[in-house]
Design a protein around this ligand. Structure first.
Ligand SMILES: [Fe+2]
Length: 313
């Protein structure tokens, strides 16, 4: 089957499945994004709204304080990522302590191991408890939907003048949605299919007409703890055969884009990675240590509607 035909079939099936869910976006809107907006030239064709140009400097939540929003937007446009900013230590621990079952829900259910884990959780459990129990139940990956509206520090970060200025200028929209996720990834012996489900193979996201994510490492991430990886420039240029949103292995990426273009982020806790995940990316499988990452998703309007409790600003 040709690439276009396979892409058409997979877009129809995604739109069909997602539009069946409660309070979902319409089939047509989902199909439009999944099919047409997978083409880079279509994504780049539509003009941006005129957005107020502020060029905000990082404030005392971040270090260093010399970065400005335009530099981040330039890096996102050119390379697809920026990983030069960190949160200050006090703010980082406030954010870590804030994530709990009071403001978050487990995203994936239905599997026996996950059900036992969910059943073991108590309503006041914080991130440390969630991590400990995920190891106890031998889970390779836990995904939490974080309801930003129920948070204080995370909301302050997500709606800080600095991040909002990056978002509005990169997305070219004055009205945007912000959603929160938290991933706990543990070392485990898992099947290749489970790795694919855990986004541990290269792939691209296509959840909005335009979007980017901010990954915030809540634990130190080195080569043994499953660092996030991104193929630089691939948000703007990739092979036609990679139009299909399938999972791609390392060899396929190295052969086609070059090892030197794979950026692997082994960074300390508190590090931020701004990334247009329309480009090819993955989280590596942790070898020895667990990895915890908070993800803020900034998108044009509600996109295909897969993120819960989004904040519209
Ligand atoms: Fe992804």
């Amino acid at each position: 089957m040709s690439v276009i035909l396979k892409h058409l079939v997979s877009s129809i099936s995604t739109a069909k499945n997602l539009s069946k869910k409660k309070n979902s976006i319409s089939f047509i809107k989902i199909f439009n994004i999944r099919f047409f907006y997978a083409f880079i030239f279509i994504r780049n064709f539509f003009k941006k709204e005129s957005v107020k140009q502020n060029n905000i400097k990082t404030n005392n939540l971040f270090k260093p304080s010399s970065w400005d929003s335009f530099s981040i937007v330039n890096d996102l446009n050119e390379k697809g990522y920026n990983d030069k900013i960190k949160l200050n230590d006090i703010f980082l621990s406030q954010i870590k302590q804030e994530i709990s079952m009071k403001n978050s829900t487990i995203a994936f259910k239905g599997e026996k191991k996950v059900e036992d884990y969910v059943y073991s959780l108590e309503k006041n459990d914080q991130l440390n408890e969630l991590l400990k129990k995920s190891i106890k139940f031998n889970l390779s990956h836990v995904s939490l939907d974080v309801n930003i509206k129920k948070t204080n520090y995370i909301k302050n970060l997500a709606t800080s003048d600095f991040l909002l200025d990056v978002a509005k200028n990169y997305l070219g929209k004055n009205k945007i949605s912000i959603s929160g996720l938290c991933y706990i990834s543990n070392p485990a012996n898992i099947t290749e299919n489970e790795k694919k489900d855990n986004a541990q193979y290269f792939h691209y996201d296509n959840d909005f007409k335009k979007f980017f994510k901010v990954f915030i490492y809540l634990s130190d991430v080195d080569i043994n703890s499953g660092p996030h990886a991104f193929v630089q420039f691939s948000h703007n240029k990739r092979l036609f055969k990679h139009l299909l949103s399938t999972r791609l292995d390392d060899k396929e990426i190295i052969d086609n884009y070059g090892r030197e273009n794979i950026k692997t982020f082994s960074n300390t806790k508190g590090s931020l990675i701004f990334e247009d995940t329309f480009g090819l990316h993955k989280g590596n499988l942790p070898k020895k240590n667990s990895r915890i990452v908070l993800i803020l998703i900034y998108g044009q309007s509600e996109g295909i509607g897969i993120y819960k409790n989004s904040l519209m600003v």
